[in-house]
Design a protein around this ligand. Sequence first.
Ligand code: HMG
Ligand code: MG
Length: 298
Amino acid sequence: GLPPRIRIHEVGPRDGLQNEKAVVPVEVKAEFVRRLARAGLTTIEATSFVSPEWVPQLADAAELMPMLADVPARLPVLVPNERGLDRALALGVREIAVFASATESFAKANLNRTVDESLAMFAPVVAKARAADVRVRGYLSMCFGDPWEGAVPVAQVVRVCRALKDMGCQELSLGDTIGVATPGHVMELLSALDGSGIRTGELAVHFHDTYGQALANTLAALQHGVTTVDASAGGLGGCPYAKSATGNLATEDLVWMLHGLGIETGVDLGRLTATSEWMAVHLGRPSPSRTVRALSGI
Ligand code: HMG
Ligand code: MG
């Protein structure tokens, strides 16, 4: 059967805004996070402590975090290296995510490292974070296909998942960075992970909706027992270093499906949709989410 409750890991402020051409003012980012929390989201990925040359859209991370001190939600941030971790710890961050790749091409494009070099970069970050009692998520990108390499063997994905778990990541988020996965592939990967000593409860799924498969893929993951799902308010998102990556699964589309299935999320869909409409005004274009469009009568 399906789980009675799902935790949504909201990535709009990070995955969404990292991909916008225009840099969103820091006050608008802070208000976005506050509105998401008021809509009932309990985990909101706020920003990234990466190189400001690589992702100028999130270069204001150190300004943003103090503005969020009173937000009643978990506020994880992306951290690629010790430099990023030190910046985040200095601001009192309690939860981070490192982000690996299942493929060499994307490791190079996104981290300027091979897969193994990037794992070697993350290992001391994870150890230091855990020693400071900071929660650590490990993302794994290109789990279902890569724009340069095409198909990605399941065994290659399982290998990097194991490496992330062994270095101390407490949750693994399986990324379909370019949105090419279909439900059978999701079931195949989750079954392979079952046999590798990684518990389903430690997994999250992170689908981009490029080919319109994100909801179907999510349902396949729920049927397998996954209870943490990443989504982005209004369907914002994409990765600037991945050719052909479009928006994430829209949080509104996810909530519509989950509530229809009788699965609790704690999210107030009206408030969430209003937040995405408000953000769309700031970004100067309508949300791509079908649910946002339907509920706001666009
Ligand atoms: P590099 O150029 O190899 O690094 O980049 P470096 O160590 O040589 O540093 C270069 C410069 O950046 C130096 O400055 C560093 O100080 C500075 P300089 O001394 O030359 O003036 N620097 C930093 N500054 C601030 N904070 C830092 C930091 N690190 C270095 N943390 C690096 C390597 C990893 C830094 C770079 O490749 C990088 O920042 N990559 C991040 C790319 C990124 O954020 N991508 C998007 C997130 S991943 C994603 O979206 C996928 C996901 O959603 C899941 C999915 O969909 O699959 C998570
Ligand atoms: Mg992503």
